[in-house]
Design a protein around this ligand. Structure first.
Ligand code: ADP
Ligand code: MG
Length: 341
């Protein structure tokens, strides 16, 4: 099987929609040590998904190579392999994305005088040239699925695709308050989040990031959650039940070992902690970060599904519910009906 075909097949796994591209590009920018990340979108991502960072950049050789299958700079030793397993795929993202789009990469390292411009079309490198570029990396992904019409036709309405893009942007910005994040769609700024000093600790930084992201007047409606058991710990924020803002389900952010996951069971644990403090159909805002031994959790290696499986599911459920209930109690909120577990 040719590499181009292998990449196209892998792309079916990796790239479901423009938001998957945004996620991969932003995660690479984070890995590159960026302090500022811009996400630029046109036509809900169908014509352009671009990420610009001020991270470490790439040498000319690496810039050419990064679109090769399994080109990764992130596994150096066999010990790394075990650790990296949880990060999902190993050097497949750019190869996959480039096989089903038209990519323009511009990158420069601090130590280089000139940058490199690489263009790839449908997986073929069509241009490698020196270019003027700021330190860091810009990757523009144009016309996603242009050579896979069946997939292109599967894109949902622009409103839906844009929603996926903003959701992705939002959870990644919450996971990295120290990094400035901007998002632009159709030349209009959607988010402009300043970098936040983490000197005051991770929770203080997260509070400020949530205030900026959700455009809150202040952080008084956010309650700290912090708890630890023998196998697991949690840190984050939940909304004060009297804050009066009925948060939609989309405003629930759960991370396990720093990866964003969707888990209805654990969302339910948080909801349960509020009991009758909230109207029946209201879902509380939360941004919670669980940490546990990676061997006790299987964050699905499938790149597009944010699913997770815990060794001790009900233990984690009980722990999370009790942690949130404690946070509520600290703010003098105790549900009247305390159901069992
Ligand atoms: P992975 O992230 O699993 O290594 P990718 O296909 O996402 O695989 O990226 C391939 C390689 O390209 C990375 O290992 C990294 O060396 C390089 N790279 C990608 N994006 C950037 C970036 N924004 N800045 C610096 N290097 C990058
Ligand atoms: Mg990557």
């Amino acid at each position: 099987m040719s590499d181009t075909l292998a990449n196209k097949i892998a792309a079916g796994e990796v790239v479901q929609r423009p938001a998957s591209v945004a996620k991969e590009l932003i995660e690479n920018a984070v890995d590159a040590g960026a302090s500022s990340i811009d996400l630029i979108i046109k036509d809900a991502g169908s014509t352009l998904v671009q990420v610009i960072d001020d991270g470490c950049g790439m040498s000319r050789a690496d810039a050419r190579r990064c679109f090769d299958r399994h080109a990764t700079s992130k596994i150096r030793s066999i010990e790394d392999l075990d650790r990296i397993r949880t990060l999902g795929f190993r050097g497949e993202a750019l190869a996959s994305i480039a096989s089903i789009s038209q990519v323009d990469l511009k990158t420069k390292r601090v130590e280089d005088d000139v940058g490199t411009d690489v263009r790839v079309e449908g997986g073929d490198v069509v241009h490698v040239q020196p270019c003027a570029a700021p330190n860091g990396t810009s990757i523009a992904v144009r016309n996603l699925f242009y050579n896979v019409p069946a997939r292109r036709n599967f894109l949902k309405t622009p409103a839906t695709e844009l929603k996926h893009l903003t959701d992705t942007f939002r959870f990644l910005s919450l996971a990295h308050p120290g990094i400035a994040f901007r998002m632009e769609h159709k030349d209009r700024s959607l988010y402009d989040l300043p970098s936040i000093s983490t000197d005051g600790g991770p929770l203080a930084a997260l509070r400020q990031r949530v205030v900026d992201l959700m455009e809150l007047d202040d952080d008084r409606s956010l309650l700290n959650v912090e708890d630890e058991a023998s196998q697991v710990s949690v840190r984050g924020l939940v909304i004060d039940p009297t804050a009066g803002r009925r948060k939609k389900k989309g405003d629930q952010f759960l991370f396990v070992n720093e990866r964003y996951v969707e888990d209805r069971y654990l969302s339910h644990a948080v909801r349960k902690a509020y009991g009758d403090l909230l109207p029946e159909k209201a879902f509380p805002f939360f941004a919670l970060f669980l940490e546990m031994d990676p061997r006790r959790v299987d964050v699905n290696v499938h790149p597009t599904k944010a699913e997770v499986k815990f060794e001790d599911e009900s233990g984690i459920y009980g722990f999370l519910k009790s942690a949130v209930r404690q946070a509520l109690a600290t703010a003098n909120h105790t549900p009247r009906f305390q159901s069992g577990r």
